[in-house]
Design a protein around this ligand. Structure first.
Ligand SMILES: *Cc1c(COP(=O)(O)O)cnc(C)c1O
Length: 334
């Protein structure tokens, strides 16, 4: 089967860049949702902890339970709040407040403009009252930026909205609340030193999706995807390769089949415009469920070592390309 190499040196390098910028390791929460953006939940949790991070962010409680030994605190973005002294649960709506178990530790999400999750700004005082009434422990208040990775002033407008939320939480009498709104793009653009928590996802994995004017930090891709040779054959000029025979050879050539396909999470969409691998080889014809064809007979080939440039070939973003990679692909730390 295809395999993935996780470059520990690059991961530590990226974390070092952000910890330097934020002046702290404690304030960085590594975002490990969705199998750590396809990098492997357990592996990335272990490496983050080895680096010295103490906080993580995941999507559900199952993920949190899998990695709890590595962290002091885990923030859960989308699951029912239960009592667990090392986990805090995001409340995404007023309904979530009613569903939360009494005594659970929660962080209230406020919708400051993205209109995806969180209570509306008008509901803040009401929600805070409910949290008290339901006997929940409020640990934090957060929001999420809709345009941090775009060349616009929207981020500043949204930060201003969040500032007013901070004041209102204080006026409502809540103390020792942590406030957080920074994702990778925000951390790259703004000064992080006064933030309580940075929710660091894509940047830790080595990608900067910002326009080049924001080339604040140099980051190094952590993941590379490799495939193994299954069989090799000689074909004559004019032979067709793969489903539909969409590739027609221009010469007599040697081609090999490699063990990666859309069943492993490698997008088929690139069949219409050949994807060029990290080693400069175009994929010949269509991607099958478990196989692709390349003009080489090497035992192992690197399919991609930079999901940002690879994603541009396919018309998507680095997040989607890595997150889709099947959990069953072996991950090796190098
Ligand atoms: C995924 C996510 C992040 C991390 O975003 P990146 O762009 O990967 O840094 C931060 N906060 C929330 C609420 C998220 O859902």
């Amino acid at each position: 089967m295809a395999f993935i190499k996780i470059n520990k040196e690059h991961f530590f390098y990226n974390l070092e860049q952000f910890t330097k910028k934020c002046n702290s390791k404690e304030k960085i929460a590594i975002v490990l949702k969705d199998n750590a953006y396809g990098h492997g939940l357990g592996i990335m949790a272990r490496l983050s902890s080895e680096f010295g991070l103490t906080q993580a962010v995941v999507r559900d409680y199952n993920e949190a339970r899998e990695i709890r030994d590595y962290f002091n605190n885990i923030l859960i973005l989308g699951d029912k709040a239960v009592v667990d002294k090392s986990c805090s649960f995001v409340l995404n709506s007023l309904e979530d407040i009613f569903l939360a178990q009494k005594g659970s530790t929660v962080e209230l999400k406020v919708d400051t403009g993205m209109h995806r999750n969180g209570i509306s700004m008008d509901e803040l005082e009401y929600a805070l009252g409910l949290i008290t009434k339901q006997k929940l422990k409020l640990k934090g208040v957060l929001t999420h930026n809709r345009s941090a990775d775009e060349l616009s002033s929207e981020l500043f407008w949204q930060q201003k909205q969040f500032e007013s939320i901070k004041n209102r939480v204080a006026v409502a009498g809540f103390r020792d609340i942590r406030f957080h709104s920074f994702n990778s793009a925000t951390a790259l653009r703004l000064n992080c030193k006064s933030e309580d928590l940075i929710r660091l996802g894509i940047g830790a994995y080595g990608y900067n999706e910002l326009p080049t004017v924001y080339n604040a930090l140099e980051l190094k891709p952590v993941l590379s995807l490799w495939a193994k040779r299954v069989s090799t054959r000689k074909i004559k000029k004019g032979s067709r390769v793969g489903y539909g025979g969409t590739y027609i050879s221009t010469n007599d050539m040697t081609i090999s089949t490699y063990d990666l396909g859309y069943g492993d999470g490698w997008m088929r969409s690139n069949s219409f415009k050949p994807f060029i691998t990290a080693e400069g080889l175009p994929i010949l014809g269509r991607v099958s469920m478990d196989y692709i064809s390349l003009q080489t007979d090497k035992a192992e080939v690197c399919i991609m070592d930079n999901a940002l440039s690879s994603s541009k070939q396919i018309g998507t973003i680095s997040y989607e390309l890595t997150t889709q990679l099947s959990k069953d692909i072996e991950r090796r730390v190098i």
